[in-house]
Design a binder for this molecule. Structure first.
Ligand code: ZN
Length: 424
């Protein structure tokens, strides 16, 4: 394979998770008897541009044609988006003559806040069914994949964009160069692009191996992102760390000709260098730590089962699917998975075939333990499940080490730190 960004020829192996089904390919009842396609899931590190990345590319059409992830089912994501939009409208003086474009705009959970403030928007969302939901909510959205060519057409049609959002997209496409090129083409001279992606620093430190799946192809550090953006005349002006998705970076990106990197950019860049994140040795023990975690978690679940305890799981998202499949946790250990999204209820988890139910099932069945697959929304979910916990239900947080949260316990789950500077 060659590196997705710099085309170097020999990225080095870091982690091999075996062959797994597509993490978001939830199964309908009639699919359960059919063979499921599985694809190799291995991660390599490019020593030239320092990008950690998945080797195999599954055709995006196979994954995004019909998509079941609707951002609006997470209160945390919607609130995170609202605060960000408020800030941009204020600091950049956006109004009726501005133009905001979001790449991979999902169901409009972010753009809706601009619409409410009278700022013209356009969403680009490849999953047709998700784009339709956004349009029905009054958010102009086109169902297509963003690229340099699409950016050129959009610019010719409606002019440059004052603000471009690309949240969880740069890391999710086979060719990040095409997205970066498109941003460079569409972004106004004085415009700003806001990019967010899970931070590889947190992935490694907090053993978040379950955020690795076929739709999430690249794991960026600040350094790797800067290298990519520089290839397209873009530069990072400011950086923040946010708690969302287990720890993400939010980059404020501008044309290199006008960008003035903040102290936060220099500080985080220096920290990455001091920690050796640009070298293969930083990633060398990751694989051993993942397999040790599998031993600990499976052992815990088996011991609970042996005592006659009943176990459920919370969160039918990609990371849950990855964890269950890679660790071989199936219906022998977990009875059912609950999820708030009605689009997922009634389906089953890929590979392990655990049925997905509504969260109310936790109260109806009162399992002794619930494995928190959606650990990135731990605080939100524990808050919603007060009654289940009050009646004696415990949660198990799987990463970075299995941890039981007893019914009366009020853990400080302050996810990750949220240091970082504010945009000027
Ligand atoms: Zn590379």
């Amino acid at each position: 394979m060659i590196c997705r960004v710099c085309k170097a020829e020999t990225p080095r192996p870091v982690l091999d998770l075996g062959r797994t089904p597509l993490a978001n390919a939830l199964l309908r009842p009639e699919d359960l008897g059919r063979p499921e396609p599985r694809f190799p899931l291995a991660v390599v590190f490019c020593e030239r541009c320092t990008l950690l990345q998945v080797v195999e590319t599954v055709p995006p059409e196979a994954m995004f044609g019909e998509y079941l992830y609707f951002s609006s089912y997470s209160d945390t994501a919607v609130e995170h988006a609202r605060r960000l939009v408020e800030r941009l409208v204020e600091t950049r003086g956006l109004g009726a003559r501005s133009r905001v474009v979001e790449i991979a705009s999902n169901d409009g959970y972010l753009l809706q806040w601009y619409v409410a403030r009278g700022v013209p928007v356009l969403g680009i969302e490849p999953a047709r069914n998700v784009a339709e939901v956004a349009v029905a909510r009054g958010i102009p959205t086109r169902s297509q994949f963003f690229s340099g060519a699409v950016a050129r057409a959009l610019r010719a049609e409606g002019g440059a964009a004052d603000v471009i959002h690309a949240h969880n997209v740069l890391a999710h496409v086979p060719d990040p160069n095409d997205i970066a090129e498109g941003i460079a083409i569409l972004l106004a001279t004085e415009g700003v692009a806001v990019l967010e992606f899970p931070y590889v620093g947190d992935l490694i430190d907090r053993l978040e191996f379950d955020t690795i799946y076929h739709e999430h192809l690249c794991y960026f550090s600040l350094g790797a992102a800067r290298t990519l953006l520089a290839r397209h005349g873009l530069a990072v002006e400011d950086v923040e760390r946010t708690a969302i998705h287990g720890g993400s970076l939010r980059l404020w990106v501008r044309h290199a000709s006008v960008a003035r990197p903040s102290r936060a950019v220099d500080t985080l860049g220096a920290e990455e260098g001091a920690r050796g994140m640009d070298r293969l040795s930083h990633y060398a023990t990751f694989s051993d730590r993942v397999w040790r975690l599998r031993g600990e978690l499976v052992d815990l679940l088996q011991r609970l089962r042996a005592k006659g305890k009943r176990i459920a799981a919370y969160g039918a998202a990609a990371k849950g699917s990855t964890l269950l499949n890679v660790f071989g946790i199936d219906r022998r250990l977990v009875d059912f998975v609950v999820d708030r999204s009605p689009h997922k209820q009634g389906l089953s988890m890929p590979g392990v075939h655990i049925p997905i139910c509504a969260p109310e099932r936790l109260l109806a069945s009162q399992p002794d333990y619930t494995l928190l697959l959606a650990w990135n929304f731990a605080e939100e979910i524990l808050g919603q499940q007060r009654e289940y916990r009050a009646r004696g239900g415990s949660f198990i947080v799987p990463v970075p080490a299995p941890r039981i949260i007893a019914p009366g316990e009020h853990p400080g789950l302050g996810s990750v730190r949220t240091e970082g500077t504010q945009i000027r």
